[in-house]
Design a protein around this ligand. Structure first.
Ligand code: ZN
Length: 286
């Protein structure tokens, strides 16, 4: 789904949910949060989609969850979803360089090695890979030392406007769990050098999500750095999952024609979040 389609969706969501702009992207597009509030003062489960541009099927996925009211019977906690974390990158991926402000187009084409094909672009509008730009072992295991369609961690942690905005908002709402949707591979990641009760807690939650989605738990903590999940685990000490949706046989960017089959794996997300909520509450002895 592109940015314009999302804006139409949000008009519908406004009738049922709280829709707010958390701020602007590098190219001045809004980064929206859709919230389902169960009550003031309750904890929040925080979901994030559309961080990597070519993985915009994840935007369709969280929107279908909202369309189908999957979170509606949750009473114990609030749900907040950043439906499209990287609108500039997604616009490049779906609409090409003309979606960027004119003054940036030459630079962006250079970053894309003078190709007009942006279908595999992952980064934000200026070639920062947002999921390497968070403050968690920042700058290690980097794929590129200069702005790139993928793998450039940025000049410093939270250098990208989108990263800073997402990190600031996460710090402000202090969620009890975060779930980041990426594609592809049908995999779940939950490790980032945590230990003791945090590791035990996060493993239980990841196993629950793995059982309900049919996805496989992976453990690549030694090669991960600067990811949103990594930062949530190491800085905020909360459980945080990266869920890679879509069969590995599918090609990027995954067509919306595959949305139904992907969605089938996630129909029980509300129950999984309730499970996570109870685990976190029990482990914290609240
Ligand atoms: Zn990704």
């Amino acid at each position: 789904m592109d940015y314009k389609s999302l804006l139409s969706k949000l008009e519908i969501y406004k009738k049922k949910y709280k829709v707010t702009s958390l701020g602007k992207s590098q190219f001045n597009r809004d980064i929206f949060a859709v919230e389902k509030s169960s009550g003031v003062g309750l904890s929040t489960a925080f979901l994030i989609a559309g961080m990597h541009a070519r993985e915009h099927i994840t935007v369709d996925l969280v929107c279908k969850m909202l369309d189908d009211g999957l979170f509606d019977d949750i009473q114990e906690f609030n749900i907040c979803i950043i439906v499209m974390s990287n609108p500039d990158g997604i616009e490049l991926c779906t609409g090409g360089v003309l979606t960027a402000p004119e003054k940036f187009r030459k630079t962006i084409l250079g970053i894309n090695l003078d190709s007009q094909d942006f279908s595999l672009w992952k980064a934000n509008g200026l070639g920062v890979d947002l999921n390497n730009n968070f403050d968690a072992k920042f700058g290690t295991n980097i794929g590129s030392t200069i702005p790139s369609s993928q793998g450039f961690a940025g000049w410093f942690a939270e250098s990208a406007k989108e990263t800073k905005l997402i990190a600031d908002y996460t710090r402000s709402i202090k969620p009890f769990i975060t779930i980041s949707f990426h594609s592809k591979g049908e995999e779940i990641y939950y490790n980032f050098f945590q230990s003791g009760f945090e590791l035990q807690r996060d493993k239980l939650i990841a196993e629950r999500f793995a059982a309900s989605t049919g996805y496989e738990i992976k453990n690549p903590e030694m090669i991960s750095s600067g990811g949103y999940k990594d930062w949530c685990i190491s800085e905020l000490k909360i459980p945080s999952l990266t869920i890679e949706v879509g069969n590995d046989n599918l090609i990027h960017p995954i067509s919306v024609n595959h949305l139904s089959e992907i969605y089938e794996h996630h129909k029980f997300i509300a129950k999984d979040l309730k499970f996570a909520y109870n685990i976190v509450r029990d482990k914290n002895n609240v």
